[in-house]
Write a protein that binds this ligand. Structure first.
Ligand SMILES: Nc1ncnc2c1ncn2[C@@H]1O[C@H](COP(=O)(O)OP(=O)(O)OP(=O)(O)O)[C@@H](O)[C@H]1O
Ligand SMILES: [Mg+2]
Length: 254
């Protein structure tokens, strides 16, 4: 089943936020695992309040643990149902990183794709070798941008490289949107990719991370949660019309 890479050119644009919420929302459509592929600066487990994970992806890559042992199961409310999000954290020492074998990583991703309906890879920013390895093992890449020129410029490189690697670009995700309507209209044209989602700026995001829970579960009725669920529906193939909306009243807690 599809392996989805969440990528970006610039750092800090919201890949981990999108990955965790997208994966949480996809549990409504099928068994889903989210994998921290930000090997240098992993923090998915921190946002999801998985304290001191004993085993991580690197133990699996070294052959010291099975995938099952390094998978954490988080029960959460998604819509009206209780689902389970599977999470594989990544904690690597420098020596482990030196041992990193691309082929072994590919095998692990392959095994995950045979086990789960959706595999979401939270890829590190930019085009380092490790970012390329993660992206290159995906079937489809989504590129997260913020409404800033520099973010879109670097995203353009990522889109080009993804295509060169033979990875389909599923679309662009405009995050931290505050009503820049003309920007939203342009971004898919500049990146020559579909607009897969527009996620508004919301204080609920940092509040939800303080609570260690994806916002779609923490504040399911908030507007930003609706944006994220719409993105997940698009990724799951249920066409949702993504249109730029006007000024976002995020200051009112939307
Ligand atoms: N839609 C949003 N509204 C408000 N804050 C947001 C939104 N999306 C992300 N943030 C905040 O932006 C910061 C960076 O988000 P996140 O860690 O998801 O980015 P990232 O792309 O994974 O960063 P890195 O490149 O360092 O891995 C976090 O503090 C997060 O709470
Ligand atoms: Mg991140």
């Amino acid at each position: 089943m599809p392996v989805i890479a969440v990528c970006s050119g610039k750092g800090g644009v919201g890949k981990t936020t999108v990955s965790a919420n997208l994966a949480a929302a996809l549990t409504a459509f099928g068994e889903t695992v989210v994998v921290d592929c930000d090997f240098m600066l992993p923090n998915l487990h921190i946002l999801l309040a998985i304290e001191n994970p004993g085993l991580s992806l690197f133990d699996v890559l070294r052959g010291d643990a099975s995938l099952k042992d390094a998978t954490y199961r988080l029960r959460m409310a998604v819509g009206r149902t209780l689902t389970t999000l599977h999470v594989i954290p990544s904690l690597a020492s420098l020596s482990m990183l030196k041992e990193f074998e691309e082929r072994r990583f590919g095998e692990v991703v392959e095994e995950l794709s045979e086990t789960y309906d959706y595999v979401v890879l939270d890829v590190s920013a930019g085009l380092s070798r490790l970012s390329l390895v993660s992206m290159g093992n995906a079937d489809r890449a989504y590129v997260v941008v913020n409404p800033e020129r520099s973010s879109v410029n670097s995203a353009k490189r990522v889109v080009t490289v993804a295509r060169e690697l033979g990875v389909e670009v599923g679309g662009v995700i405009l995050n931290r949107y505050r009503g820049e309507r003309s920007f939203a209209e342009l971004v898919s044209e500049i990146l020559d990719s579909e607009l897969a989602g527009i996620i508004r700026e919301s204080r609920d995001i940092s509040r939800s991370w303080d609570a260690g829970v994806p916002v779609i579960s923490y504040r399911p009725r908030s507007a930003v949660s609706r944006d994220l669920v719409n993105l997940a529906m698009n990724v799951a193939g249920q066409k949702v019309n993504i249109r730029p909306f006007g000024r976002v009243r995020y200051l009112l807690g939307w």
